[in-house]
Structure formats: structure tokens, C-alpha cells
Design a protein around this ligand. Structure first.
Ligand SMILES: Nc1ccn([C@@H]2O[C@H](COP(=O)(O)OP(=O)(O)OP(=O)(O)O)[C@@H](O)[C@H]2O)c(=O)n1
Ligand SMILES: C[C@](O)(CO)[C@H](O)COP(=O)(O)O
Length: 229
């Protein structure tokens, strides 16, 4: 069994609003996407890394040059995260075997480390249902549905991170058969709809998704710290 990384990097970064896609924002002087890719290049477990960008992406060639070993850029991004991943898997039909594991990881999570990849593979690599990094909820959770405020017990609640790792055939089927693609906000939810329970493996706060302007400094703080988990 081999392990492959698939990084969706075709978003526009609307919530970050810097005028160009946030995956190219410099963090400690290096583009976010390059930090993200480096975690996989430094992991001895990963066979190859594929990065999905939009067809008209004008930035990626400077960040991931053609001669960078171990990485292939696929210009097949879609309108949503899920479509970008599904399009990438379609192009990789020959390259990745049915039982090989695909680790899908957001370009927007540059704090990933090789140690986190190792932990996910060690704890969920043999799972037929796959697995993902996630963080147990530590705050009190409120819901505002229906106009009134209520408190939801946080017991058993987790925040999904990435990588999310699945046997390639299972992930392909899940994304092709998803009944409402707009409702699929992560890969695991598509797999869950097929009746599988992916394993949750505790991640780390440094693997945050850089979404809003306030996240940039936090990401830089983590990137400047030597946290190897
Ligand atoms: N059509 C899309 C949308 C998102 N992504 C990727 O999916 C990951 C998670 O998405 P998100 O953080 O929401 O990024 P954006 O879609 O760029 O952000 P926003 O929703 O604020 O526009 C990112 O690495 C993003 O590049 C993608 O490949 N294709
Ligand atoms: C996949 C994900 O990062 C798990 O937390 C998240 O669902 C992506 O959400 P986004 O709204 O596309 O950033």
C-alpha cells in the first residue's frame, strides 16, 4: 500500500480578501502553499504529492517549479473544494491504485508537520474507513437555530482538520456519489454518507486553517516554533 498526498489549492480566498488567492500569501517570507507542500516532501511516507490549482492560476509556477521533485501540479480546479478534489482524482485514475491511501490536505493549513502525517498514518493507515486529524472541542458550544440561543453538549464533538486519508477507491466513490455536493464541506462527510466511520486522530492547533486575516499572524507564530508533533 502506498500513500499519496492530494492538496486542493484552487480556492480564491474570499474571506481573506488580499486581492489574490490566499495560498500564495507570504508566511515568514515563503508562500503558504510552499510551506504546506514541504510537510509532505519531508515525510518519508509519501510517495508523491499532487496539487490541484485552477486552470488560469498565474502564481503556482514560481512556488512549485516544474523541476521540483516529488510534486505534480494539476490544473483542474473546480468551483468548490469538493469538485477540485474529485477532478484531481479523475485525472489520477491510472496513477493511484484502488487500495492506495490518498491524504487530502488543504493548501490553507501550512502548519502541518511530517510528524502529524506519521501519526495519522500510524493510527488510521490500516482502517478500511480511513481517518482524519481532528481536535476535540474545548469551548462551550452555542446554537442559534430557530431564533433562540441554546447550548449543545460538547461531549463527543470534534473539529475536523486535514489531512483526511482514505483508500483511493472509497474516496472516489464517495465524491462521485455524493447526493448534494454543495453540502459536502470535507472528504470525510462524503465517506460517512456511504455508511463508513472514519477514525478521528487527535491533531494539533498549529494545523489551523488560515481563513481570516487574523489567522495570518497565528500561523506565522506556529511556523516559527519548533513543534514536531
Ligand atoms: N474551488 C475550490 C475551493 C477551495 N479549494 C481549496 O480548499 C481548501 C479549503 O478551502 P478554503 O479555506 O475555504 O479556501 P478558499 O475557498 O480559498 O477560501 P474562501 O472560502 O474564503 O474563498 C483551500 O486550500 C482551497 O484552496 C479548492 O481547491 N477549490
Ligand atoms: C476540510 C476542512 O478544512 C475541514 O475543517 C473544512 O471543512 C474546509 O472548509 P472551507 O469552508 O472550505 O474552508
Amino acid at each position: 500500500m502506498k500513500y499519496f498526498a492530494l492538496i486542493p489549492a484552487a480556492g480564491v480566498g474570499a474571506r481573506m480578501a488580499v486581492g489574490y488567492p490566499k495560498q500564495y500569501l507570504p508566511l515568514l517570507g515563503r508562500p503558504m502553499l510552499r510551506h504546506t507542500v514541504e510537510a509532505f516532501l519531508r515525510s518519508p511516507l509519501i510517495e508523491h504529492t499532487y496539487v490541484v490549482v485552477s486552470a488560469g492560476d498565474a502564481y503556482v509556477a514560481d512556488v512549485l517549479p516544474d523541476d521540483l521533485e516529488g510534486v505534480t501540479v494539476l490544473r483542474c480546479g473546480g468551483a468548490t473544494r469538493m469538485e477540485s478534489i474529485r477532478n484531481g482524482l479523475r485525472l489520477l485514475a491510472e496513477a493511484i491504485g484502488a487500495q492506495d491511501r490518498v491524504l487530502v490536505h488543504d493548501a490553507a493549513r501550512p502548519g502541518l508537520t511530517p510528524a502529524m502525517i506519521g501519526k495519522l498514518v500510524a493510527e488510521a493507515g490500516a482502517e478500511a474507513a480511513g481517518g482524519l486529524l481532528a481536535l476535540p472541542v474545548v469551548d462551550t458550544v452555542k446554537s442559534t437555530r430557530g431564533g433562540s440561543v441554546a447550548t449543545t453538549p460538547r461531549d463527543g464533538l470534534w473539529l475536523a482538520q486535514t489531512p483526511q486519508m482514505f483508500p483511493c477507491a472509497l474516496l472516489r466513490r464517495a465524491l462521485e456519489e455524493a447526493p448534494d455536493p454543495d453540502a459536502i464541506t470535507d472528504d470525510a462527510s462524503a465517506v460517512e454518507l456511504l455508511g463508513y466511520s472514519p477514525r478521528l486522530v487527535e491533531g494539533h492547533p498549529r494545523n489551523l486553517k488560515v481563513t481570516l486575516p487574523a489567522d495570518v499572524r497565528i500561523a506565522e507564530m506556529y511556523l516559527s516554533m519548533d513543534i514536531t508533533q
